[in-house]
Design a protein. Structure first.
Length: 469
């Protein structure tokens, strides 16, 4: 935690002065090992014997296989074998073998082996040091999100809207036992617990897709809780349509736990863009939090403390409510002063006169790590690709940035990252990463986020990179 964060939290607490493996049975998913609590959610290290990734939702259309994709990046020195188990909605699963050479990236399209509107994928890897992301593409744009490394009995999403768009929750159960879940929501029309969303059965080794708009119609905003009475599952959210008068598509990995410190993707407000931070408190007690906005120029962080009522949601529009100059990129951290955490997301929209169109809804990262990667990093024209590194520690650190492809590792940048000062990397400006992955190795734990824009065109995606042990 940064020194500024510690000071803010101390103030909140003391004064209360706040303002408003492959050799497994293919009939069951691997049971996750007990994670390092400080790196919960990070992928297995390079010396691991096996690892698994859970990707809850992508498209799986034979007529357009490229509409749904997984990017599988091997950061290690040895080739790995994998099995991609594809779970098309309403159909039996299909296994596809996959080989990923050392220091290479492979794109896997579920639509090449199964034909359905949606599918989940369980990627079982014989080895570690592998990062997996899932993505979707259609006429509204393109979006990518990290996959998960374990199942959970609870999942949360902070932001969504059924006002002029579809919001679907993918309930992916790759495990041997059925799951029974309740879905509840906090919306602009109040708290909602529809009877149709209670006792939802998700059969073993299956995908169930819930359309929130079936019961929660025309809600300007929705924050959701998925709570399993029995079993475990993995959840993601797909928003497709118009949000705040902007057409787009956004795939968002739900979060399995409440966190006390969350680093959100870095972003920028320009002409035609909006930037909203949303915090969801699904607990039965009020939450004391502070939103910390950190400008890229190293200026003093802007601190926005607030109280969020139980089972409530709070949003702050940074483009109108925070005095950050236009075209100045910012990193945002959300910090909780209570013994429990919250859920936080950052939502960007862009319309003309911006040179790109679309929106992105992304949760942040609760962890800092030494190693990060993203495989969905192609920067051929007209994509505009940025990465951001934030150092939440107290001392400067060095971060080495490399391209990984076809067995080769090529260092393309070396960053000195000061505490509490976001370090930008405009990937397009230094290299062409088409067909390659990007790997970050740091001397001290950092957080890496990414932003991809299609200029001109309809695409805006922002998300944390994939953390590795």
């Amino acid at each position: 935690m940064s020194s500024v964060a510690r000071r803010v939290l101390a103030l909140l607490i003391v004064t209360g002065a706040v303002v408003s493996g492959l050799a497994i049975d293919h009939n069951s998913a691997p049971s996750p090992t007990t994670p390092d609590t400080e790196l919960a959610g990070a992928g297995a290290s390079k010396d691991a014997l096996s690892s698994a990734w859970y990707c809850p939702l992508t498209f799986s259309r034979r007529t357009d296989p490229a509409a749904g994709s997984l990017a599988v990046t091997n950061t290690g020195d040895k080739p790995v074998s994998a099995v991609a188990s594809v779970f098309p909605v309403g159909q039996p699963s299909v296994d596809a073998p996959l080989n990923v050479a050392a220091h290479s990236r492979v794109i896997f399209n579920p639509g090449t082996v199964a034909d359905a509107e949606f599918a989940s994928v369980l990627m079982r890897v014989e080895g570690g040091g592998v990062a997996v992301e899932h993505g979707v593409r259609d006429a509204n744009g393109e979006s990518w999100a990290p996959c998960a490394v374990e199942g959970s009995s609870t999942w949360y999403t902070a932001d969504g809207s059924t006002d002029a768009a579809d919001v679907k929750l993918a309930l992916f159960n790759p495990f041997a036992d059925e799951a029974i879940v309740d879905i509840s929501a906090t919306t602009d029309a109040g708290r909602a617990e529809p009877a149709e969303f209670r006792g939802v059965v998700v059969s073993a080794r299956s995908l169930k897709v819930i359309d929130l708009g079936d019961q929660l119609r025309r809600r300007q905003w929705i924050s959701t809780t998925v709570d399993a009475r029995r079993g475990r599952l993995v959840v993601s959210q797909l928003q497709n349509g118009t949000v705040r008068n902007v057409p787009g598509i956004s795939l968002t990995m739900a979060v399995p736990s409440l966190e006390k410190q969350i680093t959100l993707p870095t972003g920028v407000v320009t002409a035609g863009t909006t930037d909203r931070v949303t915090i969801y408190n699904p607990t039965d007690a009020e939450a004391n939090v502070v939103i910390q906005v950190i400008p890229e120029n190293g200026a003093k962080a802007i601190e926005l403390p607030t109280v969020i009522a139980a089972k409530s949601r709070y949003a702050r529009d940074l483009e109108t409510e925070v005095s950050v100059p236009k075209n100045m990129r910012t990193s945002v951290s959300v910090l909780s002063a209570k013994d429990f955490g919250v859920v936080a997301s950052r939502t960007f929209t862009a319309v003309k006169p911006s040179d790109f169109i679309g929106y992105s809804i992304s949760h942040g990262s609760p962890i800092s790590a030494l190693h990060w990667a993203f495989g969905a990093a192609d920067t051929t024209d007209p994509k505009d690709n940025w990465a951001w590194v934030l150092n939440n520690g107290t001392d400067p650190t060095e971060v080495r940035v490399s391209l990984v492809a076809d067995g080769n590792v090529t260092q393309v940048a070396k960053l000195r990252v000061e505490p509490a000062k976001p370090a930008p990397l405009h990937i397009d400006a230094i290299t062409n990463s088409a067909g390659k992955a990007i790997v970050f190795d740091s001397d001290a734990p950092v957080v890496v986020t990414r932003e991809i824009r299609k200029v001109p065109g309809a695409m805006l995606t922002g998300a944390p990179a994939v953390a590795l042990r």
